[in-house]
Design a protein around this ligand. Structure first.
Ligand code: ADP
Ligand code: TRP
Length: 361
């Protein structure tokens, strides 16, 4: 049984955690009645401050990650180094970084429990990325879909873009992470991380914990206004905390087919507005609209209006919370600084382990 499976069986990590430094151990009883001592499960994820967050980011990554806060020690960070591979405006990066922090806090990140920090406040991660890069086969990176997709979208093939997964591996490995909640498009990157960790361990001894991705199937890919995967770079996003008028416009621009309202739609479950409505409306409302669309007699305009209303209600508490936090930037900055100090203490011990094992010290 892997450490992660044991964690799953025992539900270890549900108690209040102490952060920073080596993992505290928790005494618990295994399924056979034996007392065992285990470190709590460490959960890690990151998001790039490369634009305004949207519903895909929220349901694909943030919500699952926030729900995991009580299951172990969660470390969530803003990947500002990574954003340098696709965003070249310094002011924008600074602004987006604070916005992402606000978004996470507004959506329920509990800074007493969860470590929230800026990637660059733990510069040790760039050193670990170098150590890892020396054993990373070129072929492993050449196969990455995300790299190929970014080139296809017109990004210049820089070294940073190519080495992106190595820095991501360092992000994950430097905190001894067990579980990495992400959307499906990041699964391959976590697999690359595993390959790199296994190779380093084979070369230099048991240095790294092997992480597992966690992907929620029901929200693996949230569709955008054109039916493709919602993405900041496809111009098809619905913002998480957009301004009322602009977001209504985004939702009313959802692309539908040309069937008349009266026509029955046997494929109602595939309709993008229905898929989104099911994420933000109470289950019975989503089902009602789907049934009505299937039977015929529901116009797309009415469906979109309901979607906007449900979206607006769903995020109303978080929106209010966000406005309060935005008026208090010093508090947000303090949360990020405290998070960095806690994260850095862990990163230092793991980097030391990797340096010692590889003969750097
Ligand atoms: P984008 O495609 O908008 O640039 P990112 O690549 O920055 O988004 O993704 C940040 C996180 O949000 C990742 O974990 C990713 O898997 C998740 N995510 C992004 N878009 C979607 C989507 N449409 N559906 C589900 N998850 C998504
Ligand atoms: N590559 C991720 C994305 O674009 C962001 C990221 C960077 C990340 N480092 C990470 C996610 C480590 C999880 C774990 O969404």
């Amino acid at each position: 049984m892997s450490a992660l499976q044991i964690h799953k069986v025992l539900g270890v990590g549900k108690s209040e955690m102490v952060h920073g430094g080596p993992k505290p151990r928790i005494k618990t009883v295994d399924p056979f009645g034996k007392v065992v001592s285990l470190p709590p499960m460490r959960i890690l994820s990151g998001i790039q401050p490369s634009g305004t967050l949207h519903l895909g980011n929220y349901f694909g990554m943030m919500k699952p990650a926030l729900e995991l806060q009580t299951q172990g020690e969660a470390y969530y960070f803003i990947a500002n180094y990574h954003s340098m591979t696709s965003l070249f405006d310094a002011g924008q990066r600074r602004q987006n970084t604070l916005d992402v922090a606000l978004d996470f806090l507004a959506c329920g990140l509990d800074p007493k429990r969860t470590v929230l920090f800026r990637q660059s406040d733990v510069p040790e991660v760039t050193e670990l990325a170098w150590l890892l890069s020396t054993i990373t086969p070129m072929g492993l990176l050449e196969r990455c879909h995300s790299y190929k997709d970014k080139l296809a979208r017109g990004l210049a093939p820089s070294h940073g873009l190519f080495a992106y997964p190595v820095l991501m591996a360092a992000d994950i490995l430097i905190y001894d992470s067990n579980l990495v909640p992400v959307g499906r498009d990041q699964k391959q990157h976590v697999e690359v991380t595993r390959d790199i960790a296994i190779k380093f361990n084979q070369q230099y001894g048991e240095v790294f914990v092997i992480p597992e991705p966690q992907i929620r199937d029901e929200v693996a890919v949230v569709p955008g206004t054109d039916g493709q995967k919602m993405s900041k770079s496809y111009g098809n996003a619905i913002d998480l905390f957009g301004e009322e008028k602009a977001t209504r416009k985004q939702i009313m621009s959802l692309v539908m087919d040309s069937r008349t309202p009266a026509e029955p739609k046997p494929d109602a479950e595939k309709n993008v507005a229905i898929q989104l409505l099911k994420l933000v409306a109470p289950a019975a409302v989503g089902q009602d609209y789907e049934d009505h669309l299937r039977a015929g007699g529901l116009g797309y305009g009415d469906l979109k209006k309901q979607l906007f209303a449900s979206y607006w209600d769903y995020f109303a508490p978080a929106r209010a919370q966000r406005a309060e936090l935005a008026a208090n930037p010093d508090y947000v900055e303090q949360v990020l600084r405290d998070g960095a100090a806690r994260a850095r203490a862990v990163a230092r011990t793991v980097l030391k382990r990797a340096r010692a094992a590889s003969g750097i010290e």
